[in-house]
Design a binder for this molecule. Structure first.
Ligand code: G6P
Length: 614
């Protein structure tokens, strides 16, 4: 999730780009850059000045203040690295071979490797490791004197997600924006125009915006903004008036980052799959490109993590055992590091860490590595310690997560682990083509299904309010939904400070049930699975102890009809997909309980986003 801004107008572009990037920094901050078309001196050709910083926006601003380019057209970018480390060369804007076309990008170009190979064969040179760099070169390759036509032709070849702001130094009065699967707005000022990844960038300048639709291109000139499709068909876009302040805009209009991030889950789920999965379920990880033979030699999988990431590890453990048929174990990294680890060179060590910097997880990774295991970090942060220290990385591509309690990145972790399990099962020949296709279908349907849960926010608010008066909670589930129940309890206690514990349905009778009475509610995950009937029996046992029950039940399942419970109906989906949807529901439930109690959900007391000490 990068921040992008473009400006065309009567004022100096550079200060506007600088201020906008500062406001966009919450979207990504590992490097930044601007390109400004400088006002030509008489008799000279147009010249574009590029300033980049491999550090935060402040460093870029210092550089610009020392050497301020003067011009009325420019683009800027603050980067959350996806392809290639946060270096000067990888910082945007990117340009073509002749330094005429300038592009900033948010998103992931899925087919960049194929396009890059084709362009390299035609003589184009690519200094950076980014996916973005194919865009200016592809435009250059299609350029026959009409920049907009070249942009359209280039974009027709691109698969994946993009929000782009672009210009050519041959067209000093044309700023172009385009989007697909990533947001982009055009700000309409008084004789001046902006293109931005979100309105946070432009809110002090204008309240009037055009929101581009999927696959649409905006051509901005001093005469106005024209929106069209990639085929050049004009689109009539609606002008939207926004009255947010900057803080509201950064939260996308949501009251908290946590809620905004829960609402980003459909994208987090889609981005974790992007470019990695074919229709036949062939999985590739660019930064964990291990030959089939090496993967085939894996005899067991060790998954390490802390907090929410430990729950992701437990979900991974379950699917790897189930789909791959080899032993897998999820371990609390802080405990693992003080045990005598039984791992060897046939162990695959999967470290799960959103930040890539959790101290206990890193030490555990080093120990497993020392014993010769093959390691992979599943992380959201490019070039984080875990990504650097492991043999490979699977990046989540979720964009920054600001709420301390992890939400969207857990879902991305789950999807990544599902893909890893499919990859391992495929090399082992343990999963049929038919089953893989089924899984692909289930995974691809997930972003919309997550949207479906988010759309039922009101129902969840009602339940949360009904239950917010209790001081204790139990969450129970079985199979894949056991870690989901643990996570439901963790989320609730983290942000609401209500005592909550998670248990497996089976374990309930071995202790936790002693706690239950009419003041101790249980959230029971009873969605369709091979152990659903067992969970239904557990609910009967709970109800018999007079404990209130909120049950998650698959639509069309009537097992709990007539049992005094609150029911939240979940869609009938594949079990692995159901775990994702159940997680989203429980995140929203915890959020709304905490908000009802007036807690600081984004920064809960005593907690840190990243725990870099033991
Ligand atoms: C902290 C955060 C949790 C997170 C855990 C692991 O405790 O508050 O939300 O799950 O660290 O973080 P990691 O970055 O390794 O996933």
């Amino acid at each position: 999730m990068c921040g992008i801004i473009g400006y065309l107008g009567d004022r100096e572009a550079t200060p506007i780009l600088m201020e906008s990037l500062k406001r966009l920094e919450y979207r990504g901050y590992d490097s930044a850059g601007v390109a400004v078309l400088e006002l030509p001196k008489a008799g000279h050709a147009n010249r574009t000045s590029i300033t980049k910083s491999e550090a935060k926006v402040d460093t870029l601003i210092e550089k610009l203040e020392a050497n301020m380019p003067s011009g009325k057209l420019g683009i800027g970018h603050t980067r959350w690295a996806t392809h290639g480390k946060p270096t000067y060369i990888n910082a945007h804007p990117h340009t073509d071979c002749h330094g005429k076309i300038f592009v900033v990008h948010n998103g992931i170009i899925e087919n960049f490797a194929e396009l890059k190979a084709e362009l390299e064969a035609a003589g184009h040179e690519f200094p950076s490791e980014t996916d973005t760099e194919v865009v200016p070169h592809l435009i250059e390759a299609n350029y026959k004197g009409d920049f907009l036509a070249a942009v359209r032709a280039a974009l027709k070849r691109i698969k994946g997600a993009y929000a782009l702001a672009m210009f050519s130094s041959d067209d000093p009065e044309l700023l172009v924006g385009a989007r697909l699967n990533a947001p982009l707005v055009v700000g309409l000022g008084d004789g001046e125009y902006y293109i931005a990844s979100d309105i946070t960038a432009i809110i002090p300048y204008t309240k009037r915006v055009l929101v581009l639709g999927e696959g649409e291109v905006a051509a901005v000139t001093p005469l106005g903004a024209e929106v069209s499709t990639l085929d050049g068909v004009t689109v009539k876009s609606k002008v939207v008036h926004v009255d947010w302040d900057v803080a509201q805009a950064q939260k996308g209009g949501f009251p908290h980052f946590m809620l905004k991030e829960i609402h980003e889950s459909p994208d987090a789920v889609a981005n974790a799959m992007r470019g990695r999965l074919t229709d036949d379920g062939a999985v590739t990880f660019r930064e964990f490109d291990v030959p089939d033979d090496r993967l085939r030699s894996i005899t067991d999988v060790l998954l390490l993590g802390m907090g929410t990431s430990l729950h992701a590890a437990m979900i991974g453990e379950h699917v790897i055992e189930d789909w791959v048929g080899i032993p897998a174990r999820a371990e609390d990294a802080s405990e693992f590091r003080y045990r005598r680890p039984t791992v060897g060179d046939h162990t695959l060590n999967v470290v799960i860490t959103q930040s890539g910097e959790t101290a206990d997880t890193l030490v555990a990774l080093h120990q497993a590595k020392e014993r010769g295991s093959l390691s992979v970090a599943v992380t959201n942060v490019i070039a984080s310690s875990a990504a650097r220290d492991a043999d490979g990385a699977i990046y989540l591509h979720s964009g920054p997560e600001i709420g301390v309690a992890s939400t969207k990145t857990l879902l991305a972790h789950m999807i990544s682990l599902y893909l890893l399990a499919v990859r391992l099962a495929t090399v082992d020949g343990r999963v049929s083509l038919e089953r893989r296709r089924e899984l692909v279908e289930a995974l691809r349907a997930l972003p919309d299904q997550v949207r479906g849960i988010l759309a039922r926010d009101k129902e969840i608010v009602e339940l949360a309010h009904k239950y917010s008066g209790y001081r204790n909670f139990m969450f129970a589930g079985r199979g894949l939904d056991y870690p989901v129940a643990l996570e439901g309890a963790l989320k609730l206690k983290e942000i609401s400070y209500i005592h909550a514990e998670g248990t497996s349905g089976g374990l309930l009778k071995h202790g936790p049930i002693a706690l239950l009475d009419e003041q101790f509610p249980v959230v029971a995950i009873c969605t369709a699975s091979s152990t659903k009937d067992k969970m239904v029996s557990n609910v009967h046992e709970i109800v018999a102890r007079s404990a209130p029950v909120l049950a998650l039940v698959t639509e069309g399942d009537h097992s709990l009809d007539g049992v005094p419970t609150d029911i939240f109906k979940m869609p009938a989906v594949e079990e692995a997909a159901s775990a994702v949807l159940n997680t989203v529901m429980l995140q929203l439930f915890a959020y709304h309980v905490a908000v009802k109690l007036g807690q600081n959900v984004d920064q809960p007391r005593n907690l840190a986003k990243t725990v870099t000490v033991e």
